[in-house]
Design a protein around this ligand. Structure first.
Ligand SMILES: [Zn+2]
Length: 423
């Protein structure tokens, strides 16, 4: 059940969203490495150029007539998109202006879309086709529709006027306390989303988020994102939790999902695949929830103690784990690949930015082999995955906590202008 109004996630308009998040990008296989590194790099690059945008999800409460008009509009819009996609694919046309010349009048006449809706449909088709020119894009009948300032307008608190095929409809929407404070920053652009199962319309509205200038912190909270616990902090704390009692033990839940997935994949029947798809949605929501909780906890700890946050620059974490071809390596690989660390890091980055907390990425080399007590670095210091014992000074700690202290310390010694910043 989706609450009537939640902050979904920070949205980078140029990036295709996975289908589960309202976009048209192909759904990922649950077991496939997710290309997180690429995604994170995109986020970090955009960080410097894009101003902070968030999306708020508000629930529309249309009358039955308005609902019917919206459904018809959405279906017609997507049908028109599919029609144009065939043309774009046949003509190898990935340019908005060119495609417009080819289809504009024909589409308006046959589908009855308004001129601005037609332009929006063309943009949607071109964007999808550009992503992969080897296939003809296909759009779901109730795929998202972009409403820009020409076809939608906020007419009052909690009301929005949307253009439909039956004319303009002034539709009330519901929002909670969280969105109430952000309503005045809503801009005239929104995605209309339809959840067929609950027959509910949502608007995903872009808002400009205030960005407090991050303070120059004197100290950093070091965070080691890891395999045994999802996160260890330089305060000596393990963060590994989620909301709700049934999600109390993230590792147990992860292991259960992992076993379940392995079983179904081995089976490989049609019904097993169907079940796998269904479960992958549930697992993805669980992961996202945990990531929100973890990042929130980290940012509030850092904010409360006037510190920045230090993370490892983990561009190559997957390769590093892949390199270990031992039995434990295999187990770690499974655990690591099954967690969306890039999502967690992106959540940390945007929550930190909103809170005015600086995030710094540090060189990850030897963070787990260096003694946080005396600074001695040697492979033998790391006795096992979990245990750190310095061969020189005898300092002993949990390996992840020791690493977290090193990470925090590394951030503190980097001159502020040189450190790669994530916020
Ligand atoms: Zn030592």
């Amino acid at each position: 059940m989706i609450p009537s109004c939640v902050l979904v996630h920070q949205k980078w308009r140029r990036m295709p969203l996975p289908s589960g998040m309202g976009g048209n990008a192909p759904r990922r296989q649950a077991d496939r490495p997710t290309g997180d590194t690429i995604q994170l790099t995109c986020i970090l690059n955009l960080w410097y150029t894009a101003c902070m945008k968030q999306t708020l999800l508000v629930k529309l409460t249309p009358t039955p007539e308005q609902r019917a008009a919206l459904v018809r509009t959405l279906e017609t819009f997507n049908a028109a998109c599919n029609d144009m996609a065939a043309t774009a694919f046949a003509e190898q046309c990935a340019n908005k202006v060119d495609l417009q010349k080819l289809v504009y009048y024909d589409i308006r006449e046959r589908f009855g879309l308004s001129s601005q809706m037609t332009i929006r449909a063309i943009a949607k088709v071109v964007e999808a086709y550009k992503r992969d020119r080897t296939i003809q894009p296909h759009f779901r009948p109730h795929g998202a529709m972009v409403y820009d300032e020409r076809i939608c307008r906020f007419t009052g608190p909690g009301r929005i006027s949307l253009l439909t095929l039956d004319g303009r409809a002034d539709i009330p929407f519901r929002f909670g306390a969280y969105a109430a404070g952000r309503l005045e920053r809503m801009r005239g652009q929104a995605d209309l989303l339809y959840c067929k199962r609950s027959a509910t319309f949502f608007l995903s509205v872009t808002v400009d988020a205030p960005e407090p200038t991050p303070e120059e912190p004197a100290d950093y909270l070091g965070i080691d994102l890891g395999i045994i616990a999802l996160a260890a902090t330089s305060d000596g704390e393990f963060l590994n939790y989620s909301t709700g009692p049934k999600h109390a033990h993230v590792n147990q839940v992860r292991a259960r999902y992992s076993r379940f997935r392995a079983k179904l994949q081995k089976k490989g029947t049609k019904s097993a695949k169907r079940l796998l798809k269904k479960r992958s949605g549930r697992e993805r929501r669980f992961v996202k929830d945990v990531n929100h909780c973890l990042s929130k906890a980290m940012v509030s700890t850092a904010k409360g103690t006037s510190r920045g946050i230090a993370l490892e620059d983990l561009k190559h974490i997957r390769e590093r784990i892949r390199a270990k071809q031992t039995v434990t390596g295999k187990r770690q690989r499974r655990v690591l690949h099954s967690w969306a660390f890039a999502q967690l890091r992106a959540f940390i980055a945007y929550k930190a930015q909103l809170a005015g907390v600086r995030v710094v990425l540090v060189d990850p080399r030897n963070t787990s082999r260096t003694c946080s007590h005396c600074g001695h670095c040697e492979k033998a210091n790391r006795k096992s995955q979990a245990k750190f014992l310095c061969v020189v000074c005898g300092f002993s700690a949990h390996a992840d906590l020791n690493a977290a202290v090193n990470i925090g310390r590394r951030a503190a010694v980097i001159p502020p202008d040189v450190a790669p910043r994530a916020g």
